[in-house]
Design a protein around this ligand. Structure first.
Ligand SMILES: Cc1cc2nc3c(=O)[nH]c(=O)nc-3n(C[C@H](O)[C@H](O)[C@H](O)COP(=O)(O)OP(=O)(O)OC[C@H]3O[C@@H](n4cnc5c(N)ncnc54)[C@H](O)[C@@H]3O)c2cc1C
Length: 461
């Protein structure tokens, strides 16, 4: 519980209507998109950088934990206030400040919803590629803090590849500005890359300048259906080997398609073991050329059917189906644990086989999909009960999935971050010198450990 003086000071900074303390309000900020939850003591919703700086000064002086929060869609426990304290809700900072069509940049506040940003820049004939499939709920600040990816990562990269400038409030309330609108910038250490993916542990992101690219003239979507999941997985490197980098190269297994069809039917077949949803973009001529090659590779790799979406409406329908996968799974389980073990793309068939083997070994349902073009797999473990025996099998299966990904030369997380969910595996991926350097950075920036404490590293470290 925070004392009355602290609450009075917070009220002075943001106004009484932006400080929330009732149980029903606090519950709304106690969880994210994982099954983990913990109540904060208070929620504050600032609207200006100066307010955030004042809140951080107050929190730092009084050693109160602060957890920044965007849309709460993260899948690693990142915005759960495990140590209580203040949740800083950033939804009021939701303005796009500028779209600069001369420099192909846009500057926005952190609370802008990702899809709204896409729409605004596309109106100007520009394109912001990062497309987390939560884009209608996630925010730009959360995307930078998690270094979000998405299906288009295979061709266009991830959020950090588009951040040119940042304004950040440090844990002691100082306002830092790094980068700007220049494409090239090698002055000093690259703090932008440090903040991107820092999961709210190093600073509160208050303004972001993004690099944009011209909106591609054309795009087309292909759905390739396979009788064997292994063939679908092998096709991924077959396409890349032909020097075709599609905009998206998504794999779905049979269970995923079955669940989508029972929730939001879009015409995925129930008897195909695997499917690839592939999009290519570029000039109209280049798109036509690439589609022919992609179709050919799918067929020679064992696809039983390759359907090219006839128009934008058909393509949107297929993507709506793909985006509803998580919701479709959530309807069929007590909990969905969405993992994102990632491997070099040549190893996609191996990790897919490993996931199937692990699911069978532990008698679990693990519908799997993924941004397979960049090796980023999402095995989703459907947990059906709180039964201790089932939870033990789930834990053992997750351990084995991460072990397999690392043994294949991969990483614990392609895009969801470490948060709380993957802390216990960090020393599987990093040696103690690497982990000590990360801890030293956190300690130097946040000596009182008030900003999103308990995340990334094991608690008590
Ligand atoms: C259905 C579904 C599909 C998804 N698909 C994808 C996908 O395709 N690709 C992908 O990468 N992710 C995906 N995600 C995960 C999630 O949407 C992303 O991690 C997203 O970037 C989180 O944004 P958010 O605004 O919801 O942030 P939150 O969940 O609120 O916060 C995420 C982290 O960022 C910190 N944070 C938030 N705002 C700030 C700020 N202004 N300054 C500093 N730190 C901040 C928080 O403390 C927390 O640690 C998906 C999630 C769901 C539920």
């Amino acid at each position: 519980m925070l004392n009355q003086q602290i609450l009075a000071n917070l009220t002075k900074i943001v106004g009484k209507e932006n400080v929330f303390t009732t149980k029903e309000d606090l519950i709304c900020y106690s969880y994210d998109s994982t099954p983990i939850d913990h109540m904060p003591d208070v929620v504050v919703a600032p609207v200006k950088t100066e307010e955030i700086a004042a809140i951080m000064k107050l929190a730092n002086e009084n050693r109160i934990p602060v957890v920044p929060r965007g849309g709460g869609t993260n899948l690693s426990g990142g915005s759960v206030p495990v140590a209580g304290g203040i949740v800083m809700a950033l939804h009021r900072m939701n303005k796009i400040l500028e779209i600069d069509t001369d420099n192909l940049t846009a500057t926005a506040q952190p609370g802008v919803v990702t899809a709204a940003f896409h729409q605004a820049v596309e109106k100007e004939g520009l394109f912001y590629p990062p497309d987390p499939q939560s884009m209608f709920m996630s925010t730009l600040g959360g995307n930078v803090a998690e270094n979000a990816g998405g299906p288009r990562g295979v061709k266009y990269g991830v959020t950090k590849d588009y951040v040119l400038g940042l304004e950040v409030v440090s844990p002691n309330g100082e306002v830092i500005r790094v980068g700007g609108k220049t494409i090239k910038n090698v002055s000093g250490y690259d703090l932008i890359r440090l903040f991107a993916g820092s999961e709210g542990t190093l600073g509160i992101i208050t303004e972001i300048t993004f690099r944009l690219v011209p909106l591609p003239e054309a795009k087309r979507t292909v759905l390739a259906l396979f009788d064997r999941l292994d063939d679908a997985a092998r096709t991924v490197s077959g396409i890349i080997k032909q020097r075709i980098i599609p905009t998206t190269l998504e794999l779905m297994d049979q269970k995923t398609m079955e669940l989508i069809e029972s929730f939001k039917p879009v015409g995925f077949p129930l008897d195909a073991e695997g499917a690839l949803l592939i999009e290519v973009d570029g000039s109209a001529g280049e798109v036509d050329r690439q589609i022919v090659i992609v179709e050919e590779i799918c067929k020679t790799s064992g696809a039983r059917e390759v359907k090219v979406a006839a128009d934008a409406a058909q393509a949107t329908q297929l993507w709506t189906g793909r985006r509803s996968a998580f919701g479709a799974m959530a309807r069929n389980a007590l909990q969905v644990l969405a993992e994102d073990a990632t491997v070099p793309r040549s190893k996609v068939p191996d990790i897919v086989r490993e996931i199937q083997r692990i699911a069978a070994k532990y008698q679990l349902t693990i519908p799997t999909l993924g941004h397979t073009g960049d090796g980023n797999m999402h095995p989703n473990i459907l947990v059906q009960s709180n039964d201790e025996e089932e939870l033990k099998r789930v834990d053992a299966a997750i351990d084995e999935i991460f072990r397999a990904a690392l043994d294949l030369g991969g990483t614990l997380s392609g895009e969801h971050g470490v948060g709380l969910a993957k802390q216990k595996y960090m020393d599987w991926e990093f040696n103690s010198s690497s982990l000590n350097m990360m801890r030293a950075i956190k300690k130097a920036v946040d000596p009182n450990n008030i900003l999103n404490p308990g995340k990334i590293f094991l608690r008590g470290e």
